[in-house]
Design a protein around this ligand. Structure first.
Ligand SMILES: [Zn+2]
Length: 270
């Protein structure tokens, strides 16, 4: 089996997790900027985090032969402080030419607040001006449908945004159609407790096809499983999906989306 882990917060994981992922067939890992579990107090905290994502973590992953890519932003949980958010957005462009930076993410909404939406729109503008891919986080539970609608509407109203260059992550049964119908990519996040189980993800593959869909573990500092993608692949095989279909879902699809950045290259590829 070979797969891409397109959404994992590796700064929170141990080297044993890297070893397990590579052993399971992981060919590349992509790490969106995320909430640290506590609010950072200054722009300097974000600067250091962006250096961690673009310097330290790629070299840690390289020790296991694993290419590491990153997405940059201030996450929605820290977007209530508009002054800080503005300062963070202003330092992002100096990282765009780093070799592992794929785009802006994971931006989005958490509580669907006015400030979160304003910061979301500033990130979208930044991505549009710098021709960057976008990775989007959608809210949890009862806020998810409303938040996803707000996000889709904001993106549609910006004529510079090409839906095929945006992935909206953490979709569930009640949001996936909205995302795919608008032309965006959709990500299914495999979590043991919240979000989506492997069984539900494979059901959605059956219902909606595989064209603009990927699966990720989003493993972070909370309860999450770094091997969730290969385990979902196993679930697909057990349900009778062909090996080629599984490969398309967990390997070829992420490459098709991420390859649009021009920086996403695997060893040995052109
Ligand atoms: Zn995440």
């Amino acid at each position: 089996m070979r797969y891409i882990e397109p959404h994992a917060h590796m700064v929170s994981r141990t080297t044993d997790d890297y070893l397990a992922m590579v052993t399971a067939g992981c060919q590349a890992v992509c790490e969106p900027a995320f909430w640290a579990g506590f609010d950072r107090r200054s722009v300097d905290g974000f600067y250091d985090y962006f250096c961690q994502l673009t310097e330290h973590e790629p070299s840690r992953a390289a020790k296991f032969g694993l290419p590491h890519f990153a997405w940059l932003c201030i996450n929605p949980k820290e977007a209530e402080d508009l002054k800080l958010a503005g300062e963070v957005i202003d330092i992002i462009p100096q990282f765009f030419d780093r070799p592992n930076v794929l785009g802006i993410g994971e931006i989005g909404l958490n509580k669907n607040s006015r400030n979160e939406l304003a910061v979301f729109e500033r990130h979208v503008d930044l991505a549009a001006r710098h021709d960057q891919l976008i990775l989007i986080h959608t809210p949890h539970l009862e806020d998810k449908l409303k938040g996803t609608k707000l996000i889709v509407d904001a993106l549609k109203s910006d004529g510079r945004i090409q839906p095929g260059r945006v992935i909206i992550d953490h979709v569930e049964e009640h949001t996936i159609e909205l995302v795919l119908d608008a032309g965006f990519w959709a990500g299914m996040t495999l979590y043991p407790e919240s979000k989506c189980t492997a069984a539900r993800a494979v059901d959605m593959v059956g219902l909606y096809g595989r064209e603009r869909l990927w699966m990720n573990s989003a493993c972070d500092w909370g309860v999450s499983v770094p091997l969730a993608v290969p385990r979902a692949a196993l679930e697909m095989r057990q349900r009778g999906h062909a090996a080629e279909t599984v490969d398309e879902m967990i390997y070829q699809n992420p490459i098709r989306f991420l390859g649009q950045s021009g920086k996403f290259k695997l060893p040995g590829s052109q």
